[in-house]
Design a protein around this ligand. Sequence first.
Ligand SMILES: NC(=O)c1ccc[n+]([C@@H]2O[C@H](COP(=O)([O-])OP(=O)(O)OC[C@H]3O[C@@H](n4cnc5c(N)ncnc54)[C@H](OP(=O)(O)O)[C@@H]3O)[C@@H](O)[C@H]2O)c1
Length: 132
Amino acid sequence: MVGLTSWQALKERANLRAGQKVFIPAGSGGIGTFAIQLAKHLGATVATTTSTGNVELVRSLGADEVVDYKKQDFEKVLGGYDVVLGTLKGAELEKSVGILKPGGKIVSLIGPLDAAFADAKRLNFVLRFVFG
Ligand SMILES: NC(=O)c1ccc[n+]([C@@H]2O[C@H](COP(=O)([O-])OP(=O)(O)OC[C@H]3O[C@@H](n4cnc5c(N)ncnc54)[C@H](OP(=O)(O)O)[C@@H]3O)[C@@H](O)[C@H]2O)c1
């Protein structure tokens, strides 16, 4: 599940390419541990956040820049990102907007299904209306 989700988000939705910068918060989580490795495989530069005890874990997975969220605010030290993977909700997701470069993308894994999902799945009119 984490592999499929990471692939759909980073490759199919964000079209992450070699040389781009991606921010993957919560790098020690189920999604994070897989997504970091996939992003590195795609040739991207990866930044992540984690708590103090997991800093070495996420480095071992290939993260280029690691922010210990117990000690630092990521939005103060990161910038110019092409893609953000939305693994955390609320204020964390909103703060991510500020580290994107113009034209950058956030692909959120949080929240309800929306009209874009209904379109992509070619659902009928009623379901498109409901999701919208
Ligand atoms: N797992 C899936 O297949 C899947 C699929 C679709 C969507 N999602 C969604 O994706 C999100 C992440 O899922 P997950 O399975 O990766 O969760 P998870 O395995 O429970 O991982 C959560 C991680 O969040 C970290 N964390 C908590 N607060 C943080 C903060 N303020 N900043 C940075 N990291 C923080 C923790 O890391 P530390 O121990 O370092 O604090 C923990 O490792 C969830 O909202 C889930 O609903 C998951």
